[in-house]
Write a protein that binds this ligand. Structure first.
Ligand SMILES: [Fe+2]
Ligand SMILES: [Fe+2]
Length: 223
């Protein structure tokens, strides 16, 4: 298996995990009585992520990978233990998976798409179009939670931010692939340094300012 095949197989797994995480969030948001328009977007996102998983697999095969199904490790999710835990659990998912995860995905995929040609291109075209919608869903859901949450919520979110920033910087610091070949760039791979740079820039220029605009105290810019 080449590095390109490993990357696309891991993208199949990541898209599948996103579908499961969004379906799980949708179930909790229905239970919590979230507005219908948010629920409809969440439902659409579940379908998008399943499409992305399928498209990533198609790309893997198009790039010469074998046609076997990619094994996906099942992740079991523990639901909130009580009704009091429902909104806090929704908030944690909205922040981590959408306000951070999907908002970071926007520049990552846009950058991968720039050099992509061949089988990677139509898949990345579709993902880039969808990720902007997925990210917006996160911020709209956060606004809904802020409306519900009362005065205590903003400081509570502010207190969660340093750990979230650290988590995502840690995730992208672990990438090692550097010096990508022209063929790997055409296959839609992204170097470790691009991941780190885009992560830092998106956290400081997009995510934290959006938190601040919502009256949430944000941590100092990280180097
Ligand atoms: Fe996706
Ligand atoms: Fe997404």
């Amino acid at each position: 298996m080449t590095r390109t095949h490993r990357v696309w197989a891991s993208r199949v797994r990541a898209e599948h995990r996103s579908a499961a995480a969004t379906a799980d969030l949708l179930q909790r948001m229905i239970t919590a009585g979230a507005p219908d328009d948010l629920l409809r977007v969440a439902l659409r996102i579940v379908g998008d992520e399943l499409d992305h998983a399928q498209l990533c697999h198609k790309t893997l095969v198009g790039l010469g990978g074998d046609g076997d199904a990619v094994e996906v490790e099942p992740t079991l999710r523990r639901g909130p233990a009580s009704l009091e835990e429902l909104l806090p659990s929704i908030l944690r998912t909205v922040l981590k998976v959408f306000c951070f995860g999907e908002t970071l995905a926007v520049p990552f995929f846009a950058e991968m798409r720039k050099n992509a040609r061949g089988p990677a291109r139509p898949t990345l075209d579709r993902i880039v179009r969808d990720e902007a919608v997925h990210s917006k869903f996160g911020w709209d859901s956060l606004d809904w939670l802020l409306e519900l949450g009362g005065e205590d919520l903003r400081p509570a979110i502010g207190a969660m931010l340093p750990e979230l920033v650290q988590h995502f910087e840690g995730v992208y610091a672990q990438r090692v692939a550097e010096d990508l070949s022209p063929a790997e760039l055409r296959a839609g791979l992204l170097s470790a340094s691009r991941y780190r740079k885009l992560c830092w820039r998106t956290v400081n220029a997009t995510i934290l300012p959006r938190m601040k605009a919502r009256g949430i105290v944000v941590p100092e810019e990280t180097p």
